[in-house]
Design a protein. Sequence first.
Length: 106
Amino acid sequence: MSVPPLPSRKGKRSWIYTVEGHPLSYEVIDEHVWSPADNAEKALCVHRLRFDDGHIELRIGYYMIGKKGRGRGKWLWAQFAPMLRAADLQHLCQIAQQKGWLREAQ
């Protein structure tokens, strides 16, 4: 199976529920997505999110190539915490540092 181009959420809006149950909307204002050399069917990512109230957070996540049904052969957002090699975590941190996302005051 050939692997499709890496997914992108940059510029897209989404929402989550707060712990109190209220919807909270945000935009992916920047991202870095890449496939580790040892697994072309997994794409690790770090997203920079801006919430409607103006605060900014980082999200680490991953996509996997779907194996069943309508998602077969497509990048699907994984619903669990990412497991990654130390080198991949180091790569994520280096990219976030280079992009200036790790400055103390944002």
